[in-house]
Design a protein around this ligand. Structure first.
Ligand code: GLY
Length: 355
């Protein structure tokens, strides 16, 4: 039996690593068991920080997302300082062009009419009649961030075991006694489940995979002409400072079916080139896919569980990259000080189990 003294985090994606780092900086002894770092939704994401472009309605979820977006710059600064690495964090704003003037066409400081939006971002489709400008949304290069988190964990001396899958919880009344893994048995005072789309492998919990296919192209001019994220109908286009342009994403209920499909890529290319026709001439770099951890109400599952010493931090669906810092902060407070921020009550797992 391997014994870790304080907290064992199951899941080495962005949520698990962000929490591990937060706890370690508070002098908590923490170990992370990661089944497959590369398979986490963290790597498949586009890295948008988009509570407003995603049109999350006023709600505790919007509060959570806005709080996380607000602490992002400091969180990134801390990680970049620990590692000396860059994460591609860019508060570039998000432009959401529309093809039809509907009820959205209200007087609002963030509404741009047709000529204003074309001026704001030259090259948009002539079908675009206007759009919303969200200057406080932005992006981070999620792969660079994942690498930075991994390196920060190493530098802080956090034990991260890659390739170790938890296969079972061994329970004793209402507590987790230890976990069985492909690398032996592990015991801790407290456990955190941060296994995203794979959470049902360990607990009967309302998280299921929602596949997203993605692709990227390379800008032929430098600096590249896209100055902000474009968030259109069923498509988004995320320019990186290094010239890559990430295009996403399908949203498919196909379980863990792998691979890119012709129909998926066709949908992405049609949507993206309609919105921003100059993409048609750019070389394709890469196709990939990943599995978002979806829940029935599309909200994360955060906080206590049916087991006294098991905490849940999963089900972040479309917002895992955005919500990582606030999740780490609130769950660390809960673990360390038993201090439950009132916001957490809105994300409790029991909303799916109570009648
Ligand atoms: N956050 C965008 C997506 O999940 O596709």
């Amino acid at each position: 039996m391997n014994k870790v003294s304080d907290v064992l985090i199951i899941g080495g994606g962005i949520v698990g690593l962000a929490l591990a780092i937060e706890l370690k900086l508070r002098s908590v002894k923490v170990t992370v068991l990661s089944r497959d770092f590369q398979e986490a939704a963290t790597h498949a994401a586009a890295g948008m920080l988009a509570p407003q472009a995603e049109k999350i309605p006023p709600s505790p979820m919007l509060d959570l997302c806005l709080q996380s977006r607000a602490i992002y710059p400091d969180w990134i600064g801390k990680l970049e300082e620990i590692t000396g690495l860059e994460t591609g964090y860019w508060s570039c704003g998000i432009l959401a062009p529309v093809y039809h003037a509907g009820e959205n066409l209200l007087t609002n400081q963030f509404w741009l009419n047709q000529s204003e939006i074309q001026q704001h971002q030259p090259g948009l489709s002539s079908e675009v009649v206007g759009g919303w400008w969200y200057p406080d949304d932005g992006q981070v290069d999620n792969r660079a961030l994942a690498h930075c988190l991994w390196m920060a964990a190493q530098q802080l001396g956090i034990e991260v075991l890659e390739g170790v899958a938890v296969t079972d919880f061994v329970r004793e009344s209402q507590r987790i006694k230890y976990v069985k893994t492909t690398g032996g048995e592990w015991q801790a005072e407290r456990y955190v489940l941060a296994t995203g789309a794979w959470s049902q492998d360990l607990l009967p919990i309302a998280v299921y995979p929602k596949k997203g296919q993605m692709l990227s192209v390379r800008s032929l001019s430098s600096p590249q002409p896209l100055k902000q994220v474009l968030f259109g109908d069923e498509t988004y286009i995320v320019p990186r400072k290094d010239g890559r342009i990430v295009i996403g994403a399908t949203s498919e209920n196909v379980g863990f079916t792998p691979d890119n499909t012709a129909a998926g890529i066709q949908q992405l290319l049609n949507g993206a080139t309609r919105l921003y026709p100059p993409l048609k001439n750019l070389p394709i770099l890469e196709f990939w896919w990943g599995f978002r951890p979806a829940t029935p109400d599309e909200l994360p599952i955060l906080g206590t569980s049916a087991y006294e010493n098991l905490t849940l931090a999963t089900g972040h669906y479309r917002n895992g990259i955005l919500l990582a810092p606030i999740t780490a902060l609130l769950i660390a407070d809960l673990l360390e000080k038993q201090n439950a921020n009132p916001l957490l009550s809105h994300f409790h797992y029991s909303r799916f189990t109570e009648n």
